[in-house]
Design a protein around this ligand. Structure first.
Ligand code: KG4
Ligand code: ZN
Length: 369
């Protein structure tokens, strides 16, 4: 029996050599500290199981990486080391809480950059040990998926989730927390990756998505780009052909500022349209009437508008996280971790960092093809 501070009753089950532990926690409410360090943002938050989000802080490394045109993994890790503990202290102070108030720690264990993940994982595990509280490894995409739950009118289960980030494009049927059925995914580039690569082709800096989107605002509608994989059944995506089409179009122009803006608009419209067609199909196929859209690309205005219009025609509801919780943040990790800790989950004491971690490997998640 292992008893954590603040936990009324606990029960360890050691499922032999691989040290998988099940901990049953009988606790009515808890403060959870969330730590996100999977890529280029240090996100720290405190979430309370009854009072909701208490506070969150974000430090973005964009200025540092932009001089290199993209994320430099080693610099990212070092910067997380500099920022992680000071931000935790600041978050506690500004929440008027102390370490003694924290009942659990949630950290992003993957997927992401190995060095960056290790900073958050090692910090979380060490603090959990020192503060005598449980820690939980959170899947970054589950964090994104649950981010709309932080809003005032959260969606009710079940719903369809479109997750569009820098590394993933996923359509998931969500029946409850931890009950996920992947309906479709990108077979090559993720939506955010396609934005970033296209932005690079257009000579825009890092981060590409928001820059391409800003340029597209000056675009004139004169190119028609393909909507990949929409003319055949299924809910998978492919964006690499669109990238090549974009490259060929750029090369066929004189590359004036107007040409670039027009290409940016056509590209963005093609992605928005493709996502919309697949989401409509997912709603029709599942018969569900709620769509949530999350991940960095969900911050894109044109994509939000296209999806909102489609959902209205389907007599369905759409839910987004607020803009700052579309991109990486600590609040979504604190929330996801809190739900899992309240459900009695946590692993052993080892530091878990999984740069590659398919969502289908999460317990309770399976693929429906
Ligand atoms: O979720 P996120 O912050 O990090 C990952 O988990 O990958 O997503 C980052 C991605 C990047 O590819 C970025 O270019 C894209 O989201 N992004 C956008 C916009 N804001 C961020 N893409 C299109 N339009 C935007 N406004
Ligand atoms: Zn992310």
């Amino acid at each position: 029996m292992l008893i954590f501070k603040g936990v009324e009753s606990a029960h360890w089950t050691n499922r032999t050599e691989n040290y998988t532990f099940t901990l049953l926690i009988f606790k009515k409410s808890m403060y959870v500290l969330g730590i996100e360090t999977s890529c280029d943002e240090t996100g720290i938050a405190i979430y309370h199981s009854e009072h909701g989000l208490i506070h969150h802080l974000l430090y973005s490394q964009i200025d540092m990486h932009s001089q290199y045109g993209g994320v430099v993994p080693e610099l990212a890790s070092r910067d997380h080391i500099r920022k992680c503990v000071p931000l935790i202290k600041q978050c506690l102070r500004e929440s008027q809480l102390t370490s003694g108030d924290i009942n659990g720690i949630a950290y992003t264990a993957g997927p992401g950059l190995m060095g960056a993940l290790l900073v958050g994982a090692a910090t979380a595990r060490s603090l959990a040990w020192a503060w005598n509280v449980p820690a939980i490894a959170v899947h970054h995409m589950e964090g994104h998926l649950l981010a709309p739950m932080l809003e005032e009118n959260p969606p009710a289960f079940p719903f369809v989730a479109l997750l569009i980030s820098g590394g993933h494009t996923l359509l998931v049927e969500v029946d409850g927390i931890g009950r996920y059925q992947a309906l479709g995914e990108s077979l090559d580039d993720a939506a955010g990756e396609a934005f970033d690569k296209t932005a690079k082709m257009l000579g825009l800096g890092y981060p590409g998505g928001p820059k391409l989107s800003a340029l597209a605002e000056h675009g004139i509608n004169r190119f028609k780009f393909p909507r990949p994989m929409t003319d055949r059944p299924g809910l998978d995506f492919s964006f690499s052909g669109l990238k090549t089409f974009t490259m060929n179009t750029i090369n066929a122009t004189e590359k004036t500022e107007q040409d670039k803006a027009d290409v940016a608009l056509a590209f963005q419209e093609a992605v928005a349209d493709t996502l919309t067609i697949k989401c409509r199909r997912a709603l029709q196929q599942t018969g569900l009437k709620s769509l949530i859209v999350a991940g960095g690309v969900a911050a894109n205005k044109q994509i939000r508008t296209a999806l909102t219009e489609m959902v209205a025609k389907e007599n369905a509801q759409i839910y987004y996280p607020r803009l700052q919780f579309c991109t990486d943040n600590g609040a979504m990790i604190a929330y996801a971790g809190c739900q899992r800790l309240m459900a009695g989950q946590q692993e052993g004491l080892s530091i878990v960092a999984r740069p590659r971690w398919a969502m289908s490997e999460l317990s309770g998640c399976y693929f429906k093809k």
